[in-house]
Design a protein around this ligand. Structure first.
Ligand code: 13P
Length: 263
């Protein structure tokens, strides 16, 4: 049985003060389930260090922290950028790359995402790689082809020799389901995720493919998570809006373990 992985993506929300308050409340509610589920909190840059410290101070040492972005560059004249060393220095262990908001709003191309993914892996950080189609692509019946292109362009010629098992997580996030309240039907999400798992078997070394968890993201809520986690291929969730309230996010975490234990 694969251990569920639930990731909060706070996006452009959560000051240091709000992050600390969140973790205090959240800790009370998830301490008991900490061992049955992996949890990652993805905070804005300025709150990352606060989150790392608050987790330790509140007995949530097993919860890890992710950045929502990173530079593909090592160092130098790149005004406004943050590199992987800076993240590691403050205790960050993972980075989200390829989120549709970065692709669409900040014009990140498959090429940029490939460079960032490589940088994250070379830096021994966990890569949370996002993919997903627009409504237009889905209506043209090109979802599977689109996702295959996104995944192949990042990983086809990557040198996997130093990549650890479980170092890559893939999140399938259909763009039309993000922040819209329209959740992708669980059976369809499961179908796409199973396709992703079959595809990476052709690209990744076998042990890495088998240990790569594939998550669903897009309007995940406490009321949807049990059904999503009950699907055969879905290993967890990447949660936006519903991760901003400690209560809701704790319910998602706790329900995710319940669904798996009942499976
Ligand atoms: P919502 O859960 O708000 O739809 O956001 C999903 C998402 O983009 C997580 O990365």
């Amino acid at each position: 049985m694969t251990k569920p992985l639930i990731i909060a993506n706070w996006k452009l929300n959560m000051t240091q003060k709000q992050s600390s308050e969140f973790i205090k409340d959240f800790a009370e509610k998830v301490k008991a389930s900490q061992n049955q589920v992996d949890i990652i909190l993805s905070a804005p840059f300025t709150s990352l260090e606060t989150v790392v410290k608050a987790l330790t101070n509140n007995g949530l040492e097993k919860v890890t922290v992710a950045s929502q972005n990173v530079s593909e560059h090592e160092s130098g004249a790149f005004t406004g950028e943050i590199n992987t060393e800076m993240l590691k220095e403050i205790g960050v262990q993972a980075v989200i790359v390829g989120h549709s908001e970065r692709r669409e709003i900040f014009n990140e191309t498959n090429e940029t995402i490939k460079s960032k993914s490589k940088k994250v892996l070379d830096s021994n950080l966990k890569l949370i790689f996002c993919c997903g189609e627009s409504l237009e692509t889905r209506e043209k019946d090109e979802t599977d082809k689109w996702i295959e292109t996104q995944i192949r362009s990042a990983f086809n010629d990557l040198d996997f020799s130093k990549v650890e098992n479980d170092q890559i997580v893939i999140a399938y996030e259909p763009i039309w389901a993000i922040g819209t309240g329209k959740t992708c039907d669980s059976i369809e999400a499961n179908r796409v995720i199973q396709n992703i798992k079959d595809l990476i078997k052709n690209i990744f070394p076998a042990s890495l493919a088998n240990s790569t968890r594939v998550l669903y993201g897009g309007s995940v809520k406490p009321s949807t998570i049990e059904e999503q986690m009950a699907q055969t291929a879905i290993d967890g969730a990447l949660v936006g809006g519903a991760s901003l309230k400690a209560n809701d996010f704790a319910d998602i975490v706790n329900f995710s373990t319940k669904a798996v234990l009942n499976a």
